[in-house]
Every structure is written in C-alpha cells, then in structure tokens.
Design a binder for this molecule. Structure first.
Ligand code: MG
Length: 261
C-alpha cells in the first residue's frame, strides 16, 4: 500500500493511493493513523485536488554517510569500516512539490538521492532478525547538502540540517520487503537530465545493519526516518532547478530550488 499524507480544505489526513496512471491517482482517506490498525474510509479524493505533505513527521531523521563506495571515492573520502550517522532535524523535512530554499550561507548546494526507511513502531536494540518488524515502509529522500559548508565545518549540523534540506516522499510504500528493498534502482534527475543512477544493492552496510547500528544507541519512534546513503553522481543544484528522485517500486519525489526569501 502507498500511504500519503496530505491536506485538503485546511484538514490534514493520511490516505491510501490507488491507481496506476500518474495523473489519475485517487486517495482513499484513512480512518486513524498508519502506525496502528486502521481502516480505509471509502471516501476518495483525486490526488490532483490535494496538497501532498511529507508522508511522515519524524521526531528525528538519522542519516548515514558514505554507504556507497563509489560515492565516497568521488568526494575523495575513504570508505568507512563501520556505518556512521548524523542527524537532520525535523524542521529540515519537506514533502514532494515543496520548495528547497537555497540558504544564504552556501554557494554549493548538492543533491543526494537516497532510499529512506520509515519506522513504524517504537523500538530500541533491535536484533537483526526483527528489523522487518519495526519498518512501516520505504520512501524517497534527497539529502540536500551545502557541500562548501560541509568541508568548512567539522560538524554537519548546518551543512545538512538547514530548513528544507530533507525532501521526503511522495508517499510511503509498505509492500516492499527487506529483500526487495536491498535491490532497487535509484535515480536522480535535474531538469530532466540524469545525474545519479545506482542500485541499493551497492550499499556497503545493509538496511538491517543500519537499523541495528542506530537502535543500539537510541530509541526510534513511529515516523522516524533513516537515510541509507547516496550512490555516486552527486552534484550542484542552482536556483530554478527541478530535482527529482525516483526509486523503483516507490515513486518520484520532485522539488524545485528557490532562493530563500
Ligand atoms: Mg547523504
């Protein structure tokens, strides 16, 4: 099931996305929230009539760096032995169709297409064989990075945590299991031109590894998100660009870059 979060007439709700034709998708409004047992209401609205919101409101986004060897090398970095994580704050999250605001303190904004894991239940110290139980589903992410600031500052809080630096969406796909998630095509275009193309099978540390690694340190809450790293091909974004992340079996996350007003 594809679960979207949206607003219509000032109300916010979750809905199950139905249909195959991109311009004819319909939302069946969910009674309740997708983190517990829920029912479909049967009340349907065309997706074109609503505003998509980020599919979840995470308490935290935990992102992993250099989890694809070719990407680590393209920026002149060593491939790390162990996974290493950083945070993107909840205020960095935007949905598909929202604008990425180019921050005033950077001259080098980069895109990073990533598979995002959406956590479905509160969990801590998750053993490998229980990882599937704590995942609600998967969505697309763009780990927008102020590369010049990342080089300049030891901690990445500003470089990767500024407002609008974490587009997520368009929805959460819940029908992808761990085996399939480990071998999906991940692609990014800027103004229709392909910049990144990889497969999640190229990850150094698996989704299971990453969930184990995060949860041995901290409790994850329903709606929290793990970003799994980006394949090679990262590059600059400019004001006016339209950037799109497409992951096989999930969908396309599209955002336009604007100057921060
Ligand atoms: Mg990244």
């Amino acid at each position: 099931m594809r679960i979207a979060r949206f607003s219509i007439d000032g109300n916010v709700a979750f809905g199950a996305v139905e249909g195959d034709q991109p311009d004819q998708l319909v939302l069946d409004i969910i009674k309740g929230i997708p983190f517990a047992d829920f029912e479909l209401s049967g009340t349907k609205v065309p997706l074109s009539k609503v505003r998509l919101l980020p599919p979840v409101l995470p308490n935290k986004v935990v992102a992993f760096g250099r989890n694809y060897a070719e990407h680590a090398r393209e920026l002149g970095n060593e491939v790390p032995d162990a996974p290493f994580a950083f945070f993107k704050p909840s205020t960095s999250v935007i949905g598909s169709g929202d604008q990425i605001q180019y921050p005033s303190f950077s001259q080098e904004l980069h895109h990073e297409a990533e598979l995002a894991v959406v956590i479905g239940r509160m969990c801590r110290e998750v053993p490998r064989d229980r990882v599937a139980d704590v995942i609600l589903g998967f969505t697309c992410a763009n780990d927008i990075t102020a590369r010049d600031v990342q080089r300049r500052e030891k901690q990445w809080a500003r470089a990767k945590g500024f407002d609008t630096s974490c587009p997520l969406g368009p929805w959460v796909e819940t029908d992808i299991d761990l085996a399939r998630a480990a071998d999906l095509t991940i692609q990014l275009t800027v103004n229709g031109q392909q910049r990144q193309l990889g497969r999640t099978s190229e990850m150094i540390h698996s989704i299971e590894d990453l969930v184990v690694n995060v949860t041995e340190a901290m409790t994850l809450l329903p709606g929290d998100v793990i970003l799994t790293g980006t394949p090679a091909g990262v590059g600059p974004l400019n004001v006016g660009d339209e950037v799109a992340v497409t992951i096989e079996g999930i969908g396309t996350l599209t955002n336009k870059v604007v100057k921060r007003g």
